[in-house]
Design a protein around this ligand. Sequence first.
Ligand code: 4NP
Length: 153
Amino acid sequence: MRTKILMVCLGNICRSPLAEGILKSKLDKEVFDVDSAGTASYHIGKRPDNRSISTAKRYGIDISQQRCRQFTHKDFSNFDVIFAMDKSNYENIIALAKSKDEKAKVSLLLQRSNSVNIEVPDPYYGGEDGFEEIFHLLDSACNIIAQDLMYNK
Ligand code: 4NP
């Protein structure tokens, strides 16, 4: 059985597309599916923010083919694990859950990291530096998550 992982932020153009690309780069495509979505509908159909695309590219990851979509209730049945970038994303996802099992699929991406941050800061209104910073937060978190996922396989 394939394991399906969903990364969720607000707009699905900055943080979760990067998280999707980074985690995908660490996992076997034959075994794991990784996708991303946003809790908001602002950018549906758009490609990731250019700053996310260029940051990923610097590290050899191509996220330019991703297209923004909104998180829906169906994602609870389509995915095994759902990671929220910040507490507000987490609350918005939990508000759509209809059962304990659905709620149990959701956690904060940085929960298991040793990072001082528990949330991935929203880089949208900041400069390029913010994208570089979140790349490293996401990368360390995804190293731990990839290890967990492969170990539990
Ligand atoms: P993201 O960043 O949630 O990491 O994709 C944002 C993107 C767009 C907006 C907010 C955050 N926006 O307000 O349009």
